[in-house]
Design a protein around this ligand. Structure first.
Ligand code: KG4
Ligand code: ZN
Length: 354
């Protein structure tokens, strides 16, 4: 079964063709992130206008590079929420027009649930496809993106139970906002990760554990990152020379702070995810969402598996499949085939993961 997937929930315009939910035939992503760097964050109106410019060429390229004829497509999948309403409408209205013109069914897709399906996609250069190992249920899924942080128990496809999520800022938002406080560019996650690598190892201890690990010991699966963000902003205010990467005696610099921010966020995410896996005695842990591209998070979760012999396997998609793209939208559509006719699909900007 070949599905065309379309993703336009935020600032990426993406289309992909995927066969049987695992084999990527094409995966095209256009991003307006360079425009948003100028303003230090996403302006929804600009994101939507860029979506309009890119949507047709991106779909055209995805179909052409997959070398697939339109008549061989079985369905069209499209993100209908959550996300920015203007951006979502571009994808949904385009999908509706194509479904009508090509006479194909539509599968509406929840963007957050779909992030998890990056773990079902086979690495693109792997052959034969059957060697790719898919996650087994039950599984714990951690979805960490720019606007959401959710821990879910997956008992099967289309059988999700929400265990907890952020009470305020999302993990990605915390990366983005603390990066901004440090004078780093948008999006902040990759910038913090890069800065953290530059830290001077011999003065690292000065900042160690200065930042809180919010809710790490609480007996629930909720998160809170706004206090961590405020702690960083307060430290920056106390040291006006901060953004200039001051290295004076007793002072902390951007690299040290970036390192500690990354440690604090990843400590909380990993601790709570492992605890959820142990409590629910799952077979797999699935990492997903843009923040899952973070090397330190990937390393900490993988190390855990090496240190403690556990009964579960950890699945982490390649970084390019963690950030927004349409391949995982299409994989999710294959495993959760909920067809609707083009008249029935609605945009739902506030959709929850389940
Ligand atoms: O899933 P995603 O691409 O878009 C949303 O659905 O929100 O996630 C974007 C978020 C941003 O907050 C960005 O800073 C973060 O993912 N991110 C990272 C990294 N790459 C992207 N955070 C930490 N480390 C990274 N390497
Ligand atoms: Zn996303």
């Amino acid at each position: 079964m070949i599905i065309l997937g379309i993703e336009t929930s935020c600032d990426e315009t993406a289309a992909a063709l995927v066969e049987d939910g695992t084999k990527i035939l094409s995966n095209v992503v256009a991003s307006s992130v360079e425009l948003h760097k100028k303003t230090g964050g996403i302006i929804p109106e600009i994101a939507a206008r860029e979506q309009l410019k890119c949507i047709v060429p991106v779909i055209q390229q995805a179909v052409q590079s997959a070398k697939c004829k339109v008549q061989n497509l079985d369905a069209i999948a499209v993100t209908n929420g959550p996300g920015l309403i203007g951006s979502l409408l571009v994808g949904v209205e385009t999908a509706k027009a194509l479904a009508y013109a090509w006479n194909k069914p539509i599968i509406p897709i929840n963007h957050l649930q779909a992030h998890l399906y990056a773990n079902w996609l086979a690495p693109q250069n792997q052959s034969p496809i059957t060697n790719h190992q898919s996650p087994e249920f039950p599984a714990i899924g951690l979805v960490v993106s720019g606007g959401h942080t959710d821990l879910v128990l997956m008992k099967g496809h289309n059988n999700l139970k929400w265990l907890g999520g952020t009470r305020d800022d999302a993990a990605g938002e915390c990366f983005d906002k603390t990066a901004r406080a440090l004078g780093l560019k948008y999006p902040g996650g990759p910038e913090i990760a890069l800065a953290a690598e530059q830290r001077t190892k011999n003065i690292e201890h000065r900042l160690k554990n200065k930042l809180p690990r919010p809710m790490i010991n609480d007996d629930n699966f909720d998160f809170s990152f706004s206090g961590l963000k405020t702690a960083v902003i307060n430290l920056v205010k106390k040291q006006p020379s901060f953004a200039k990467a001051s290295k004076g005696r007793g002072e902390i610099n951007v690299a040290q702070m970036a390192h500690e921010i990354q440690e604090a966020i990843t400590d909380v995410l990993v601790t709570k995810t492992i605890r959820a896996a142990q409590k629910h005695q799952v077979k797999s842990i699935l990492l997903a969402g843009g923040v899952a591209a973070n090397s330190r998070l990937r390393e900490k979760l993988s190390n855990h598996l090496i240190i403690k012999s556990s009964n579960y396997q950890i699945f982490i998609p390649p970084p390019a499949l963690c950030t927004d793209n349409a391949a995982y939208i299409t994989a999710c559509a294959y495993f959760n085939q909920k067809f609707v006719s083009w008249e029935k699909i609605k945009v739902e900007p506030g959709l929850r993961i389940c």
